[in-house]
Write a protein that binds this ligand. Structure first.
Ligand code: ATP
Ligand code: MG
Length: 221
């Protein structure tokens, strides 16, 4: 599902070059559930953003679901993402004027699903993460952990084959976090979905099939 060789993202700031992410080799099979760890600033979010086609690599090879993302232009990368990937951002990116339900449904807007079916699935997902009583609340009327759960539902609404989640449980208490992760992994296993999840929590990582430490994947430059 994901094949990476000598991938690197650099940012130039004047004369200085910042290496935001560097990975020598990484292969993730379809249906695998992988935890991604590594200290703050080591490039976890940058790596997810490259895999999602949001950030373009500076160099290296990156194939996702058989597509060479390093070569695609922006428009085609956006379409690719809409079709294959569900993303939970570290900062949630919920839209303030919309309710929880509407935020989840926004994820379905461009995928061409039947509106009623999307609504049913959004309801079901929000119910499963314990937000059945909060369907019509806006983000500023939700707790941070609740917003995070809405963001997880949005990522799952199109039943994506690849789920990329950036610390999706960072603001959950242990019991809720455990339940939400079980739900996410349960859905992924039923439908043979691939999951890559950034986490600092080793108990969560232990529920995944494999844990990758990004600091040990670095390219030997
Ligand atoms: N647009 C940018 N311009 C310059 N440097 C950047 C940019 N984006 C990220 N970086 C740098 O790249 C490095 C990796 O950032 P990234 O957000 O991927 O880290 P992370 O592993 O997700 O950290 P955290 O655990 O804190 O979320 C950081 O040192 C950061 O300062
Ligand atoms: Mg990050």
């Amino acid at each position: 599902m994901i094949e990476i060789e000598n991938l690197r993202k650099e940012y130039r700031r004047g004369a200085e070059t910042v290496v935001a992410c560097s990975v020598r080799a990484l292969h993730i099979e379809r249906g695998e559930q992988v935890a991604l760890i590594g200290r703050s600033g080591c490039g976890k979010t940058t790596l997810l953003n490259m895999i999602a086609g949001i950030v373009r690599p500076s160099r290296g090879a990156l194939r996702v679901a058989g597509t060479d993302l390093a070569r695609l232009g922006e428009g085609r990368r956006d379409r690719f993402r809409g079709r294959h990937i569900g993303m939970v951002f570290q900062t949630f990116n919920l839209l303030q004027p919309f309710s929880a339900l509407e935020n989840v449904l926004l994820g379905a807007q461009f995928a061409g699903h039947d509106r009623a079916a999307a609504r049913d699935r959004a309801h079901d997902l929000l119910q499963r993460v314990g937000l059945g009583e909060r369907l019509h609340h806006r983000p500023n009327e939700l707790s941070v952990g609740q917003m995070q759960r809405v963001a997880i539902c949005r990522a799952l609404i199109n039943d994506p084959e690849l789920i990329l989640a950036d610390e999706p449980l960072g603001n959950q208490d242990q019991a809720t976090g455990g339940e939400v992760l079980q739900m996410l992994l349960g859905i992924a296993r039923e439908e043979e979905r691939t999951v890559v999840m950034v986490t600092h929590d080793l108990d969560s990582a232990a529920l995944m099939q494999r844990t990758l430490d990004l600091e040990h994947l670095k390219e030997v430059a």
